[in-house]
Design a protein around this ligand. Structure first.
Ligand SMILES: Cc1ncc(COP(=O)(O)O)c(C=O)c1O
Length: 367
């Protein structure tokens, strides 16, 4: 099946006469013994989680575990690292991930070699002696793209574990596990659920031993998703292919227009043929996502003014929903100092592109 069919068809109950088409929301913290499915208790497993995990797993090409949030999934992946482990990680990335790495280093749990993921040689040079390469690509919010096939192959040749945060691309645009990665991670909060009404994360892997370690970590860490949230996420996933297609088409058009706008100094979007990462991205990505970052000719206060002057686009953090959202990233103190102060991150939704553009153009006129 092709991915646009998988998102619709995967994770449904077995066909039985008069049986339900959709999984139901299984609201039970426990089940009668003996438990044939082997879960037995609500922190160990749940039928509604399983339906969502089956669907994400079919897309990612690996068995999947759902977590209470994207950060819970990342924390679980890092928590199984041995004390003192040396890892290589993107120097730019989601501020929560970067803060977690900083904390793990400060607590002397791990050591991190930070690299520019777009500089393949720099990544390869950092790999010897590291047990895990954690890559975000495209990165949030700098939108750098790593040459995933080359880097993953090199890391695996050195026996280094590889985890990829696939949130910005989704499995519809790139499949880390098929490229050899051990883990593909998603903030399901974003494109997969797609309606800004769920917080959830996932880890997918085709390594059974790793799956068991991560599952044990979820059981003991307890960062489990709620059944209702899983049901909502699966409902959202059904339309992922058409939502992503619509928002990517809008994003390319908006990025093109932004790059010609007199008040815009720089646009970052890997789908733009002029973008520094376009050539790398086009080698293996099927689409370029729907997040654009741009810098204005103006101060951070001007950028704040722009973001608070829109009427259709909400000034809000997060991304990957049907609604367009934007914000100046440095309104968050945790954002990396190497991200420009006046950078605006725009998550392009599925509204009519002319309405999105009219809103941007008029908001840019407010300073
Ligand atoms: C790339 C990326 N990874 C991970 C996360 C964390 O996900 P969550 O907010 O679901 O915990 C985010 C959140 O913005 C993100 O953008």
């Amino acid at each position: 099946m092709r991915p646009a069919s998988t998102v619709v068809a995967a994770g449904r109950p077995a066909v039985t006469a008069d049986g339900d088409l959709n999984p139901s929301i299984s609201l039970s913290s426990t089940s009668h013994a003996p438990n044939a499915a082997g879960s037995g208790y609500g922190r160990y497993g749940n039928q509604t989680w399983s339906a969502l995990e089956d669907a994400i797993g079919a897309l990612e090409g690996g068995r999947t575990l759902a977590f209470a949030s994207g950060m819970a999934a990342i924390s679980a992946a890092f928590s199984i690292l041995p004390r003192g482990a040396v890892i290589t990680a993107s120097k730019h990335g989601y501020s929560g991930t970067m803060s977690l790495l900083k904390k793990l280093v400060a607590d002397e749990r791990i050591q991190v070699r930070y690299v520019d993921v777009a500089n393949t040689q720099e990544v390869l040079d950092a790999l010897p002696g590291t047990v895990l390469l954690w890559l975000e690509s495209p990165t949030n919010p700098a939108l750098e793209v790593a040459d995933l096939p080359t880097i993953i192959a090199a890391a695996k040749a050195l026996n280094c574990g590889v985890g990829v945060d696939n949130t910005f691309a989704t499995a519809l645009n790139q499949q880390p596990i098929a490229m050899g990665a051990d883990i593909s991670m998603n903030s399901v909060t974003k494109f997969l659920s797609g309606h800004s009404d769920v917080l959830m994360g996932s880890l997918s892997t085709n390594d059974e031993a790793l799956f068991t370690r991560l599952e044990d970590q979820r059981k003991l860490g307890g960062a489990i998703p709620g059944p209702f949230e899983c049901w909502l996420a699966l409902r959202g996933l059904r339309t992922l292919a058409i939502r992503l297609k619509a928002s990517q088409e809008n994003a390319l058009e908006i990025a093109t227009r932004l790059s010609k706008h007199a008040k815009v100094a720089k646009v970052r979007y890997p789908g733009l043929p002029t973008d520094a990462h376009h050539q790398t991205a086009k080698k293996f990505m099927k689409g370029f996502g729907a997040v654009i970052s741009f810098e204005i000719h103006g101060t951070p206060a001007d950028a704040d003014k722009v973001c608070s002057s829109s009427t259709l686009i909400a000034q809000a953090t997060s991304l990957g929903g049907v609604e367009s959202l934007w914000e100046r990233r440095h309104r968050w103190s945790a954002e990396s100092p190497t991200i420009p102060e006046n950078l605006i991150r725009l998550s392009v939704g599925i509204e009519d592109v002319e309405d999105i553009w009219a809103d941007i153009d008029s908001a840019l006129g407010y300073y």
